[in-house]
Write a protein that binds this ligand. Structure first.
Ligand code: SAM
Length: 317
């Protein structure tokens, strides 16, 4: 009796008629949002205004009732604070140093997490939040976004530690060939990110050699002495792993492409320049990498300048 009542509670959520999804149980994840028609990449999924906004931090909110809110589609939350935390999004503009503000968004809060998502954490415009498809979503497919940043370089175990629940997405199903490869790919992605940035995902240098085993290479990364040729090859390798992992969606593409274009533009030695440009003209990422591999082991006239510039940037931040 109680369970039926709890499950029906979500049916009472008010949703605009034209939304391209419905809420229903998602096996192993409580309730979730499922596309009711094809959603093209880049198109709007939902724009939602908050039921209300509380202009304080989660820890300060203590005394309200949230009758519609359920802990993962079943029992009521035991604390109001937790109920609000699980159903709200931060709507403060951090660029303009606005004080913390959280809005209650009952529909977007039904979107489950995936380590291979098809939409992004909703963007904030004023007090409304909007989600967009980052890949084509087929009718019947669950709509999800990745709850935590930096997951592309984390293994299943590491992701679950951060999420504090056992994720049931395709990259997390234990014992599958995809999952085993996925962990391997994500370790490689983390290593390649270390080589490019000279720091780990937390912005810190690793004291151990668990990510980059070769101490000379680790030192070269941390002192930004990696050559431009290697930088381009590492960047393309990383994109290839992201693509194989199903993570090269519009959002990832737009994050990575500018720095890739910049790397190509930095080459000063003519023959390197033409190989790099030829690589970028190739249609697929694997083809781009194949051509860029011709640069392997080559130094460039811009290497020293790039090293100095990156060291200065590191000192600034
Ligand atoms: C914001 S709610 C999402 C909607 C929720 N499923 C519901 O029924 O209301 C987040 C909770 O959903 C569950 N969840 C979300 N994504 C999941 C996933 N990939 N695998 C398992 N559980 C998931 C977890 O319990 C998580 O704490």
């Amino acid at each position: 009796m109680h369970l039926t009542y709890y499950l029906l509670a979500y049916r009472r959520l008010e949703a605009p008629d034209e939304i391209p999804f419905e809420l229903r149980p998602s096996p192993g994840k409580g309730w979730g949002a499922f596309a009711t028609r094809r959603i093209d990449r880049g198109s709007l999924i939902l724009s939602e205004k908050p039921t209300f906004v509380i202009r304080m931090s989660h820890t300060e909110i203590t005394d309200y009732h949230f009758l519609l809110l359920r802990d993962n589609g079943s029992s009521c939350f035991t604390s109001m604070n937790e109920a609000f935390a699980e159903n709200s999004f931060n709507i403060a503009n951090s660029d303009q140093h606005e004080p913390e503000a959280h809005g209650l968004f009952p529909l977007h809060s039904r979107f489950n997490h995936s380590c291979i998502p098809n939409s992004e954490v909703p963007t904030v415009t004023g007090e409304a939040i909007s989600s967009f498809a980052t890949r084509d979503i087929a009718a019947g497919e669950e709509i999800n976004f990745c709850y935590n940043p930096g997951f592309q370089g984390r293994t299943r175990y590491e992701r679950h530690q951060a999420l504090r629940f056992t994720c049931h997405c395709v990259a997390c199903l234990p014992g599958t060939p995809f999952q085993q490869l996925s962990d391997m790919r994500r370790r490689l992605i983390r290593g390649l990110q270390y080589l490019s940035h000279g720091v780990d995902l937390d912005g810190q240098r690793q004291s151990s050699h668990s990510i980059i085993f070769d101490s000379k290479l680790k030192f070269a990364a941390e002192t930004f002495s990696i050559t431009l040729s290697s930088r381009l090859i590492y960047a393309l390798l990383m994109i290839l792993f992201l693509e194989e992992e199903g993570l090269l969606d519009d959002s990832m593409d737009s994050r990575l492409r500018p720095s890739l274009t910049k790397t190509v533009q930095l080459f000063k030695s003519e023959s390197n320049q033409s190989i790099a440009e030829l690589a970028m003209e190739q249609k697929t990422w694997v083809k781009k990498l194949e051509v860029a591999f011709k640069l392997y082991g080559r130094e460039d006239a811009a290497d020293y300048e790039v090293t100095l510039a990156l060291r200065q940037l590191r000192l600034l931040f």
